[in-house]
Design a protein around this ligand. Structure first.
Ligand code: ZN
Length: 500
């Protein structure tokens, strides 16, 4: 996937855009003029002697700037004044961030409410921004894991550039974050930070010895010992967090050490070498494990990190029940509530936020999340905007959707299941031939269809025939996509306040 460049816009389309730009530059520059000439009204910005705005083309947008500021592109002259028509490439994104600092990401985990709004396709930010406008929720618009980067053939740079251009176009000035999501290796973290990412989600799963959860107390004590100081600190008193009280037996302390000490050491290493002194905030993710994080273990991790001076801004525990991709919570809601309440109290007493991963579409637990965090939480979503984008395809090009469905089912599902923990199997997927074109989009209300399409996105996008058609259809219906995506994301805001 590449961001369309100026040089890809040719012939009639280019002439029309250039005529529009010139006429606009000779006009009054009212909102009406902007609409008339295809200029995005909220994209008109000035800083010092530099004016810039964005113009809409059929296939891509172009940036137009004053002849200053380090932008590059084609020069044009209007009434003796020079302007540059710029492609949306990396160099121009960097210039944009220099000249208009609101297009640079910043740290947002310190804000009370924040939401990860990953945009795998590079088309979702307008809908995301509509969804949170007028709220106190700070968006992380650039958010991609290595797996997502690989599957979409994108880079950290590209993901951030996309977000910057959209923030500029939509005139959003409150600040947004950029999250190098689920990073495991130091070199990837280094790359994300050097690209300007303001948040690193460290995935320690490879250092977590989850098997020790099953060990008997005797076995735990025979493998691991706690020193006197540690034993006194954890085991001789109960630990109050909010209205809850946590207790450690010696075996439980040793079990926590066995499972998490290597992960804690690695976190400390990453923090000292890469995070400290950088512009990035650290989120620790311990959610990619097979069993839920016990509240006492969460407490152990938090107090260990504090004692060695590692500042985490958020922690993502693995909650009880199942947070499968793109569908509602699976599990006993009462049990979830009991444990979530304690996790929230631990986070609050240590002064960081809970982060909820795979947070999209978990409508039945959002009120619980709100109740115990009072909106002081980070909610991460990523793939749900892809499903909303596929809903647009089902509505606008049912034939294409049917071909993609068949391809996903026959060629991609089994391979994709290696990456994701999901319930979907071939037999559970609904029969697409039973659904008429008009109702085709309602298939995406079925959990099994959602998971089928959700996890196979990389394979689908890799098919050239699909890729080109998908992107041109999304471009053609981008306003409709933004509206429906915003409506869908808004439904998630009950995690932050009951009034949204
Ligand atoms: Zn996660």
């Amino acid at each position: 996937m590449t961001t369309p460049l100026l040089y890809g816009i040719k012939g009639k389309e280019k002439k029309k855009m250039y005529d529009n730009i010139k006429e606009f530059l000779c006009s009054e520059k009212s909102r009406e003029d902007m609409d008339r000439f295809g200029i995005y009204p909220d994209s008109f910005h000035k800083n010092g002697n530099i004016t810039a705005f964005m113009v809409r083309g059929e296939r891509a947008d172009l940036l137009v700037t004053s002849f200053a500021g380090g932008f590059h592109g084609e020069e044009i002259e209007v009434n003796g004044e020079k302007w540059i028509v710029c492609p949306k490439d990396h160099l121009n994104a960097e210039a944009l961030r220099r000249v208009f600092p609101f297009t640079s990401p910043r740290a947002v985990l310190g804000e009370s409410s924040s939401m990860g709004l990953g945009d795998r396709l590079g088309i979702a930010a307008p809908g995301h921004l509509h969804a949170i406008s007028g709220t106190e929720v700070y968006p992380v618009l650039a958010q991609q894991s290595m797996r997502e980067l690989n599957l979409t053939h994108r880079t950290f740079e590209d993901v951030l550039d996309c977000a910057s251009f959209f923030v500029f176009r939509e005139g959003y000035k409150k600040g947004f974050g950029a999250d190098g999501d689920h990073l495991k290796k130091k070199e990837d973290i280094r790359t994300a930070i050097s690209c300007g990412f303001t948040m690193i989600t460290l995935d320690c799963s490879e250092y977590i010895r989850g098997d020790a959860l099953e060990y008997s107390d005797e076995k735990v004590l025979s493998i691991c010992d706690a020193d006197k100081e540690e034993e006194e600190l954890f085991c001789t008193r109960s630990h109050r967090v909010g209205e809850y009280s946590l207790e450690f037996s010696k075996a439980e302390l040793c079990r926590a050490k066995l499972i998490y000490n290597e992960a804690i050491e690695y976190t400390a290493e990453v923090y000292e070498e890469l995070i400290k002194g950088s512009n990035a905030e650290l989120e620790l993710s311990i959610d990619e494990t097979s069993s839920p994080t016990l509240p006492v273990h969460h407490y152990y991790i938090a107090s260990k990190l504090r004692s060695i001076g590692v500042e985490v801004k958020s922690i993502a525990p693995r909650f009880i029940g199942e947070f499968q991709k793109g569908i509602d919570y699976i599990g006993d809601i009462k049990v979830f509530e009991e444990q979530f309440a304690v996790h929230a109290a631990i986070a609050e007493s240590f002064g960081y936020k809970l982060s909820i991963h795979s947070g999209s579409d978990k409508f039945s637990v959002f009120p619980i999340i709100e109740k115990y965090t009072r909106g002081k939480v980070h909610l991460k979503t990523a793939g749900t905007n892809w499903l909303e984008a596929m809903k647009i395809i089902a509505k606008k090009d049912p034939g294409l959707y049917r071909r993609i469905h068949d391809y996903a089912l026959q060629n991609a599902l089994e391979k994709a299941k290696a990456f994701y923990h999901v319930d979907v199997t071939e037999e559970k997927v609904p029969q697409i031939n039973d659904v008429c074109d008009e109702k085709l989009y309602t298939l995406l209300e079925n959990d099994m269809e959602r998971q089928l399409i959700h996890i196979t996105y990389g394979f689908i996008l890799d098919e050239k025939e699909f890729n080109e058609k998908l992107f041109s259809t999304w471009r053609k219906h981008d306003e409709e996509y933004a509206v429906s995506l915003a409506a869908h994301i808004k439904k998630h805001l009950t995690a932050f306040t009951p009034f949204y």
